[in-house]
Design a protein around this ligand. Structure first.
Ligand code: SAM
Length: 276
């Protein structure tokens, strides 16, 4: 096996999802760089790989800039170096990007050992269009930032994929309801684990469901793309309504005619009135 850096994907819940190549690299690596050595040592133990003769370098979000060079130096010293995050594919809402960038800059051998990625697994389960998608990582936790982050992607014509945590899900769905209205949302939870589920509905329906059934575990939240034609049609009709009716009446008429979310139509009416 060549010396250099191997970006090794690990399971997101089911240990059986480790790949043959990942096993081979983790066994052969003299050095393992990882987010949390306790997590990685536990995985190695489950895989029957001894940690005893390996050097562990902890590289996480807060020290990647300083630590990446140490990791590269191990490769330059003639070692096989594996980098794993706690779970899933390194670099995807996980550290590793700066390491990869330094490898390119210093012409260090870098390769990927692909495997599970929660965003892709969620998309597969969602039944939402998968021909085009935008992965937007974690949704901010503060109310204003959350709504701004969701609104930024509102008009993107592809499925949106976000990472979310169980305790924030209901708040996020409530914010998503005001932004995305009647668009279909999918919540994929505990993928590859015992209680894997994927639930779809409008954001308001899902907020109601998860208020009554507080979720546990890890979550991928996805939003269907806007219906281009319907959006264009209803904006045109709303603009015409606004010419002849009050804002309130125009919103009411269009909401009923197009079977849309009233808040969404109201926001669009305000945008149209303000000339946007
Ligand atoms: N790099 C990882 C990957 O490729 O899947 C993601 C790491 S990110 C720090 C962790 C987030 O991924 C979780 O908060 C959750 O949103 C999502 N996630 C990870 N495992 C998951 C699972 N089994 N089911 C659903 N979502 C999961």
């Amino acid at each position: 096996m060549k010396t250099g850096i191997y970006l090794v994907a690990t399971p997101i819940g089911n240990t059986g999802d480790i790949s043959l190549r990942a096993l081979e690299v983790l066994k052969s690596a003299a050095v393992i760089a990882c987010e949390d050595s306790r997590v990685t040592k536990k995985l190695l133990s489950l895989l029957g790989i001894s940690s005893r003769d390996k050097i562990f370098i902890v590289m996480h979000d807060h020290n990647e800039a300083e630590t990446a060079q140490k990791v590269i130096d191990q490769a330059l010293a003639g070692n096989i170096v594996a980098y794993t995050s706690d779970a899933g594919s390194p670099l995807i809402s996980d550290p590793g990007y700066k390491l990869a960038r330094l490898c390119r800059a210093q012409n260090v051998y870098l390769t990927t050992i692909p495997g599970p990625c929660a965003a892709i697994c969620g998309l597969q389960l969602s039944g939402l269009p998968s021909d085009k998608f935008l992965f937007a990582g974690f949704i901010p936790n503060k109310n204003k930032a959350r709504t701004e982050a969701l609104s930024k992607y509102k008009d993107v014509e592809s499925t949106l994929i976000f990472y979310e945590t169980a305790n924030r899900l209901v708040k996020t769905l409530s914010a998503a309801s005001a932004v995305f209205g009647s668009r279909e949302i999918a919540v994929a939870r505990e993928i590859t684990k015992l209680y894997e589920e994927c639930r779809t509905g409008t954001a308001a329906e899902l907020a109601e469901y998860y208020t009554a059934n507080p979720p546990k575990g890890e979550i991928v939240l996805m939003v269907a793309p806007p219906e281009e034609k319907k959006t264009a049609d209803y904006r045109k009709a709303l603009a015409a309504e606004l010419q002849k009716n009050t804002l309130k009446t125009a919103v009411k008429n269009i909401t009923e005619q197009y079977n849309l979310n009233k808040n969404e139509v109201y926001q669009t009416a305000l945008e149209l009135k303000n000339g946007r």
